[in-house]
Design a protein around this ligand. Structure first.
Ligand code: C2E
Ligand code: MG
Ligand code: MG
Length: 561
């Protein structure tokens, strides 16, 4: 009789476990409180000690059974098991007060029952392992994006999202940290930095890894300021013996969720923090950017630009304007730069409105090839018409440098338009990394061999490097307008010294020097004094539509105003 009941209990137990793994707790209670002789022990406590993991996962304690009424609180039976996940499960079994202690047979049965419990536990641990891997980043020991998305959606669905701030962080120049300290220490530094953010988080605040050195944080707005301070820069010890530290700074895009813009899903939150972090990354002054209406509009505009690109290329909505380059010595046209304009819905858009957006990815390359192709078509036509054609320079974004076949692509475009190479010049801006430098060097050398000129655009903006002009066989150096005093402004003596030496170095290295953005007579005089003879700027001409530029091609004489 007793044996049968026990077997029944075990059978129920196992079957129920398999069918309903999520409701183990309630079934355990039902089974074990069923009146039968075995339950002479009445109430069993399975104290369920789990590592922090269990709390983190918000897992309800599944194996709880009633505590015994033993006044002394002694337990007579205990089984512990350390699981593979590193957590410990302890079952303690108590006799009912006043009952005799169990006999040997009962103990054996109890053991069996507890073994069965361990089987459950194995199952639930497996589920937990599965859960852990689904929702965690094992390298950093924090949640992953999937968990983050789920949490945001839960907060939205329970109307609890307002009052939070979401943050997208990207560790600044982390590849340089890896290079400097080695990958292994780099990972340790990242883990420590993220660990200290994690330590700052309060109840119901979260950090998750997006991937690489990108993370997302969800904090209550009252704790945002502290978090932002931390992200602006924090020293991380990377060598415990010497105590040596490295400063880690994060670019951060913050979205304060105040309800002013509706939030219907995690995608709204992710889109907004992504936009904000992009603004933070591209800002030269701030590492933190806050999402606002203005940013939202810019983002919508960016999406319109990107989605409109393919159609615009096909419908030839992009126009080439040509800005003349003039030689000061004889006031003649010596070249021109092809600059892009987008005629869209009856409005002419300047490059500043769409080039930086297209430069975020390889989209810019499609436009640059289009511009090169259309410039070649114009040159071909002008040659056919017997015009005095000058060299036309076309801008190439640095994004192209990842194109392994760039040189062939360029030459193909020029050759299929039957344009002699001497009429083409390509303008590229400076590079910052060694890898880019080598790629750039190979490209410029290849173009040189093909008889195609190249120029360093905007020299002097950003981090100009003399190595760049010394080691790469450029033809032209375009001195940025920031070297020139603005009209009506005092001369900055240091700038003037730099202008003088930049022009001198360029000439000594055999480069032609072109001054960009020249607007005033004073600037012209200054450039003349410093032997910079070729001028591109409003002083002579703005970028001109094709028909107007064509009037400059046949011996047009500029005048000094
Ligand atoms: P950039 O290559 O340095 O082109 C020179 C810019 O300076 C042009 O602006 C030109 O209109 C402007 N500029 C010329 N003279 C003066 C002047 O006297 N004063 C002032 N304040 N500005 C002057 P734009 O046409 O707006 O182009 C801006 C930038 O957009 C270009 O700078 C270039 O980096 C980029 N861009 C334009 N077209 C293309 C293109 O087809 N492909 C790529 N990748 N970039 C392009
Ligand atoms: Mg240019
Ligand atoms: Mg320029």
């Amino acid at each position: 009789m007793l044996g049968n009941s026990f077997r029944n209990i075990l059978q129920n137990f196992i079957v129920q476990m398999e069918e309903m793994p999520d409701t183990i707790g309630s079934h355990c209670q039902n089974v074990l409180t069923e009146p039968c002789r075995f339950l002479r022990i009445g109430k069993i406590t399975a104290d369920y000690y789990e590592s922090r993991l269990a709390e983190e996962m918000d897992t309800p304690q599944r194996h709880i059974m009633y505590q015994c009424t033993n006044a002394a609180g002694d337990y007579t039976h205990e089984i512990r098991k350390v699981t593979r996940m590193g957590s410990t499960v302890v079952y303690r079994v108590y006799p009912i007060t006043g009952e005799d202690d169990w006999d040997e047979e009962e103990r054996q049965r109890l053991d069996m029952l507890l073994k069965v419990l361990f089987v459950f536990n194995g199952r639930t641990n497996l589920m937990k392992a599965n859960y852990y891997l689904t929702f965690h980043d094992p390298d950093m020991g924090i949640y992953n994006l999937k968990y983050f998305f789920r949490t945001i959606n839960e907060l939205i669905n329970t109307n609890a999202i307002i009052g939070y701030a979401a943050i997208y962080i990207n560790l600044k120049r982390f590849s340089a940290v890896n290079l400097q300290l080695g990958r292994e220490i780099g990972t340790k530094v990242m883990r420590r930095f993220i660990g200290s953010i994690n330590d700052m988080l309060k109840n119901k605040e979260h950090i998750a890894r997006i991937g690489g050195d990108n993370f997302a944080i969800l904090v209550k707005q009252e704790n945002l300021e502290k978090m932002v301070d931390m992200l602006k820069g924090s020293a991380v010890v990377y060598d415990d013996n010497s105590g040596e530290r490295i400063l880690i700074i994060a670019s951060a895009g913050v979205y304060v969720i105040d309800g002013s813009i509706p939030v219907t899903s995690y995608t709204d939150v992710m889109d907004r923090i992504s936009v904000a972090v992009a603004a933070a990354k591209s800002s030269s002054s701030d590492t933190i950017a806050y999402f606002d209406h203005d940013m939202m509009e810019k983002n919508e505009n960016a999406l319109r630009v990107i989605s409109g690109l393919a159609g615009a290329l096909e419908n030839e909505e992009f126009l080439i304007y040509y800005q003349p380059k003039v030689s000061m010595s004889d006031c003649r046209l010596v070249g021109a730069e092809a600059l892009c304009r987008w005629r869209r819905n009856g409005r002419l858009m300047k490059p500043a409105e769409f080039i930086p957006i297209l430069e975020r990815n390889m989209n810019i390359c499609k436009l640059d090839f289009y511009m090169l192709d259309h410039a070649c078509r114009d040159i071909h036509r002008w040659l056919d018409e017997g015009k005095n054609v000058v060299k036309i320079s076309v801008n190439l974004s640095r994004r192209h440098l990842s194109d392994m076949d760039l040189l062939e692509h360029i030459i193909n475009i020029i050759d299929r338009n039957n344009v002699p190479h001497q009429y083409i010049e390509l303008e590229l801006t400076e590079t910052t990394t060694d890898v880019e430098f080598n790629v750039l060097k190979r490209l410029i050398t290849g173009l040189q061999e093909a008889g195609i000129s190249t120029s360093v655009d905007d020299f002097g903006v950003g981090y100009s490097s003399l190595t760049l002009i010394k080691d790469i066989p450029w033809n032209v150096l375009k001195v940025d307008k920031s070297f020139l005093p603005e009209s009506g402004q005092e001369y900055d003596v240091k700038m003037l010294i730099m202008l003088k030496y930049v022009v001198a170095i360029a000439h000594d290295l055999g480069l032609e020097c072109v001054a960009e953005g020249v607007e005033t007579r004073e600037q012209i005089e200054l450039l003349r004094e410093n032997s910079c003879n070729i001028i591109q700027g409003f002083y002579f001409d703005c970028p001109l539509p094709v028909a107007e530029f064509e009037t400059r091609l046949d011996g047009y004489r500029y005048t000094m105003k």
